[in-house]
Design a protein around this ligand. Structure first.
Ligand SMILES: [Zn+2]
Length: 382
């Protein structure tokens, strides 16, 4: 069966007609016309997903197949590819959580195609209050290659990235070993000095994780780990664009400094995608999710308890506030994260898996998903 999509290219606005057959892009032709505000582009790639829709990759499930719902729900938001993100925990629990994702992918073909990697965030991060964020302090430790290697084996090659802090001895050689193993190293939850950050970049770290968050609330004017990461030429950066984690002016500055190296993640926790209300969360205890999507500690609206937005809501926040234009925002959520792992990735290539979105930009500038194709198959949006 052949499918056809018509819309304006997310890259340059030129009308395109894309034919899809057997799950792949078969041809891409210029179209004489296109519905006015319909846009076509690649599906979104979210490299930091802790959980979604009430389900948590950081909890051992009584029925691990339930986690397959995350892939389904994220697909409806245009996320055709995501990285379950496993945060600081005991080594045994991290092993078990990795194996849970591996088993899920073996049993659930949709999850298999949507989960393109696992992101390990911690436990090799800063123990300091502030940089550590909500990670359990008792399980934070110095980089340990033997341990990480065990997780790589247990993941059957699925671990594609790690967030760590290069603030302890041995960090540079750990980073080099990760790079040799084809694993992307991202700096985050760090209290590293300027020279430690430069050394990490020299060793092969290429990204900063949710830059501007997982920090002390007050830092020295200079030097500090924020300037060091902003100034490092070879570091790309992810940001959480939910409107609560970073003020608009910070995003404006990061965009100017990082330019095409800036991208977005959701960093969503299990309560993302749930109705507003009070909940008991695995991390943070009693929390409140507001109608605006802010997740904070119960009775304390100033202390965030994780991100409750999906990447599409992040995109809409950037667009609504005119922080980035449609083309750039789409790239920040799709080809930029994809190119971290496949430098030659180009959208709309013949023979490529048809992971595509048709979307409409609403009068308030937000993006509304009209159609999602995963491997050429249309996903019911309900
Ligand atoms: Zn984090």
């Amino acid at each position: 069966m052949e499918t056809r999509l018509i819309g304006k290219s997310f890259l340059d606005g030129k009308p395109l007609e894309i034919f899809i057959s057997e799950g792949k892009i078969k041809s891409v032709l210029p179209s004489a016309s296109s519905p006015k505000n319909f846009w076509i582009g690649p599906g979104f790639t979210d490299i930091q997903v802790n959980g979604y829709g009430g389900l948590d990759y950081n909890s051992i499930q009584s029925d691990f197949l339930a986690l397959g719902q995350i892939s389904k729900k994220l697909l409806q938001c245009g996320v055709t590819s995501h990285f379950p993100t496993i945060i600081t925990n005991s080594p045994e629990k991290i092993s078990a959580l990795i194996q849970q994702v591996v088993q899920l992918r073996k049993m659930d073909s949709l999850a298999h195609s949507c989960i393109s990697g696992v992101h390990i965030e911690g436990p090799f991060i800063s123990p300091e209050d502030g940089p550590r964020g909500a990670h359990f302090r008792e399980f934070v430790q110095a980089p340990n290659w033997n341990l990480f290697q065990k997780w790589i084996e247990q993941s059957e090659g699925l671990i594609r990235m790690i967030t760590l802090s290069p603030e302890r001895e041995g960090s540079a050689s750990f980073i080099e070993k990760c790079v040799e193993s084809g694993i992307l190293v991202s700096i985050g939850h760090t209290n590293a000095t300027h020279s430690q950050i430069l050394e990490a970049v020299k060793a092969g770290a290429r990204l900063s994780t949710h830059l501007g968050n997982g920090m002390h609330s007050i830092i020295a004017r200079h030097p500090n780990y924020l300037w060091s990461q902003l100034g490092a030429e070879n570091l790309s950066a992810t940001i959480i664009a939910d409107g609560f984690h970073l003020p608009a002016e910070v995003i404006q500055v990061f965009k100017k400094v990082k330019a095409e190296k800036l991208m977005i993640v959701s960093d969503s926790v299990a309560l993302a995608g749930m109705p507003p209300g009070d909940y008991n969360a695995a991390v943070g205890g009693k929390v409140t999710l507001t109608a605006e999507g802010k997740l904070h500690l119960f009775g304390n609206p100033n202390t965030l308890a994780g991100s409750a937005m999906n990447i599409l809501q992040g995109i809409s926040f950037l667009l609504k506030n005119e922080l980035t234009n449609l083309s750039e925002t789409w790239q920040m959520a799709s080809i930029r994260p994809q190119r971290l792992f496949d430098t030659s990735f180009e959208p709309f290539q013949i023979g490529q898996n048809a992971d595509l979105i048709l979307a409409e930009q609403a009068p308030d500038q937000t993006l509304k998903i009209l159609k999602v194709l995963k491997n050429g198959v249309e996903i019911p949006l309900d």
